[in-house]
Design a protein around this ligand. Structure first.
Ligand code: 6R9
Length: 658
């Protein structure tokens, strides 16, 4: 690394990293800073008057049918109204207006299927498909305000369906393709969906993987609200057919008219519901509306990723089934007129270089993925990405969980060629869009920290009593002021909305995450507070211990849980995946316990370290600690139906017996 790469200070060769000791900083290069979409003055402008700042973004980035008269109405807090009086159509903003502005031939989506089939949609073509789908859905009786459940793989029809709903004013509720029939049914029931859009199936690791059969199972018991199921033919596998209820996409949509006039909707008209997989109880249907969601989505996509839509090729690897796929695949890139890549399959099919092959092929310049994927790639070895030309990459994003400094450094060096800024973006299904993230042309980035609030956003870290903590201290992450893309409630349950987010601290949104401010006042995310352990009265973060473990050269991945303990209240139990032949080292568990002791302190030493072949993860890459806690506390593991790979728990059980 050299000054030319923008390195301000680096403790090179220091393999022992953890969040407490991390002190490296990477400033943007002069060239990057000079061409950046967002400059340092944006913060002063935004802080001077946040609603006015957002009103300006909303006017610049969106096309309104009726101008709004007020930026924010907070008189009924915590229920916000943004851009009061304004009307607009989300699909028109994502599509038609670009065609009207002469960008019809620009590529909107490069699609690459897992088996290697490809499709390209220009803005003109995508607009036509969405108009047809809107007509098809309307002819099935879907009208403004109706709910549509979407149970699709990562194929263009997912984006087309969502935008067709938005065009009509129907509210989409996307359910992960990885969720079970039961999970799908409970979400259909809660939202009383009228239509389900699905596919016969998809491909996973070279094999056809079914979807439609789960819809059939979900709708088997009487008493549901669904009148029709539209089925995309994707893998051609045989499926059951319910005459009268089921319709092929290629019959319903392809034959529909390509003329469709978008109607303007109120800025606060519901755009979508997305269920979050709460740890217990009924899933929460997070409700988002139109104007505020689109304004903040578009602004953050442009600012955080330094988007230059004329030249960039953007790739977000998130599935459409989680919020990142909503905000940063379906809406923001299209609102901003960007060109994006969409990939259907797994990163290791047919080989572990598939992602990097795609980056080379499409000249991807902005990549947005999750730490868990980065750690997996690290495990596979850097010789794999080294085989491909990744020189097109200029910005790298991270989302979904805290990124440990080691993964951050690997991402920067191996994928980013030691020069692409890394933007670690903290946000939630509830926040709708980025809330904490460096600005790549402005912020000197720190490995493992999301650092600063997005311009126009007011976040803080507070103690038990809601008082801001001083620099160098930890506490709870809160949002102090309403923001445009904030959730407008929980579908059908306004009380739960108030209780969950607005009752812990007065006049502040409680995010449920732990965080600390470093000596510069930058924010480091420490994981969910529900994952914070209390061992003998000491507060320990699962993330901090995981980070310490992963900083050891023998550890590929680690997950830490707090297990009930008679003596200490909770005890630290770690699950680790080892690298290479570290498993043959008989002393490895002792070595790792001591390593954690040295990195964080003796109190953080895991009571137990269990070596496992895999970790249980959801399809969005989150480790399901609940299942690991079951093992750590000696119970039969609970419901594992939302795991990306449902054989993982069996693999772990077998390896622990062996
Ligand atoms: C976008 C998304 C939200 C929770 C959130 C936090 C964790 C997300 C993070 C991060 C540390 C980041 N999280 N991004 N933690 N650093 N950059 O993931 O939404 O699925 O609702 O999860 O994910 O714990 O509270 P969602």
């Amino acid at each position: 690394m050299s000054e030319a790469n923008g390195v301000q200070s680096a403790t090179q060769g220091d393999a022992l990293e953890n969040l407490l000791q991390e002190n490296r900083k990477f400033a943007p290069s002069e060239e990057f800073a000079a061409n950046a979409v967002v400059q340092a003055n944006v913060y002063a402008e935004a802080n001077a008057d946040r609603p006015a700042f957002w009103a300006k973004q909303a006017r610049e980035l969106l096309t309104w049918d009726e101008n709004f008269t007020q930026a924010l109405d907070w008189s009924d807090a915590p229920f916000a109204k943004w851009f009061v009086g304004g009307t607009l159509n989300a699909a028109y903003n994502a599509l038609d207006r670009h065609v009207e502005n002469g960008l019809g031939d620009r590529v909107a989506i490069y699609f690459e299927g897992e088996p290697g089939d490809t499709r390209t949609y220009t803005y003109a073509q995508l607009t036509e498909e969405v108009k047809k789908a809107a007509n098809a859905f309307e002819s099935l009786g879907v009208a403004k305000g109706d709910r549509v459940a979407v149970y699709l793989p990562m194929i263009p029809e997912a984006v087309i369906t969502m935008l067709a709903c938005a065009r009509i004013g129907a509210i989409h509720s996307v359910v992960f393709g990885g969720f079970s029939a039961d999970a799908l049914r409970s979400r259909i029931d809660d939202a009383e969906a009228k239509l389900v859009v699905t596919a016969d199936g998809t491909y996973r690791r070279g094999k056809p993987s079914p979807l439609k059969n789960a819809v059939d199972a979900a709708l088997e018991a009487e008493g549901h609200s669904v009148a029709n199921v539209v089925v995309v033919k994707r893998n051609g596998e045989p499926i059951d057919w319910h005459e009268g209820r089921d319709q092929w996409w290629h019959d319903a949509v392809e034959s529909a008219s390509a003329e469709h006039t978008p109607v303007p909707h109120d800025a606060e008209h519901p755009l979508f519901i997305l269920y979050t997989s709460g740890t217990t109880g009924k899933p929460k249907g997070i409700l988002h509306t139109t104007g505020g969601f689109l304004a903040q989505s578009a602004f953050t996509h442009k600012a955080t990723f330094d988007l230059h839509p004329e030249t960039d090729v953007y790739w977000c690897t998130a599935d459409i089934g989680w919020v990142t796929g909503h905000t940063y695949v379906t809406y923001a890139p299209l609102i901003n007129g960007a060109t994006q890549l969409m990939y259907e399959g797994t990163p290791d099919s047919p080989h572990q270089g598939r992602w990097w092959e795609l980056v080379e092929k499409y000249k991807v310049s902005i990549m947005y993925t999750a730490p868990t994927a980065i750690r997996t790639m690290m495990k596979w070895g850097e010789d794999i990405p080294a085989k491909y030309d990744l020189s097109s990459i200029r910005v790298l994003g991270s989302v979904g969980e805290p990124i440990n400094p080691e993964a951050w450094m690997w991402y920067r060096r191996v994928i980013g060629g030691d020069k692409a800024p890394i933007v670690d973006t903290w946000w939630q299904t509830e926040t709708g869009a980025h809330m904490i993230a460096p600005m790549p042309g402005v912020t000197a980035t720190k490995p493992g920290s999301a650092q600063v609030a997005v311009p126009g956003i007011a976040v803080d870290v507070v103690d038990e009593l809601g008082q801001p903590v001083p620099n160098g201290h930890g506490g709870y992450l809160v949002v102090r002021e309403p923001w445009p893309a904030m959730l407008r409630g929980i579908w059908g349950d306004p009380e739960r909305y108030k209780d969950t987010y607005w009752s812990r601290f007065e006049n502040m949104y409680f995010a449920g995450d732990g965080a600390k401010k470093d000596d510069d006042g930058d924010i480091w995310l420490l994981g969910r507070v529900d994952d914070v352990m209390n061992v003998s009265g000491h507060r320990l973060s699962t993330t901090e211990i995981e980070s310490a473990l992963v900083s050891h050269p023998s550890v590929a991945e680690a997950a830490v849980v707090g297990a009930a303990d008679e003596t200490t209240g909770e005890a630290v139990v770690a699950f680790v995946i080892l690298r290479g032949n570290a498993a043959q080292d008989e002393e490895i568990v002792t070595t790792l316990r001591n390593h954690v002791g040295k990195e964080i302190g003796p109190i953080a030493k895991p009571r137990q370290i269990l070596v496992v072949p895999e970790l249980p993860k959801t399809r969005s890459g989150k480790i399901m600690r609940r299942l690991l806690k079951d093992i750590a506390e000696g119970r039969e593991a609970g419901d594992a139906s939302t795991l990306a790979d449902n054989t993982v728990m069996q693999q772990i059980a077998t390896s622990l017996k062996g």
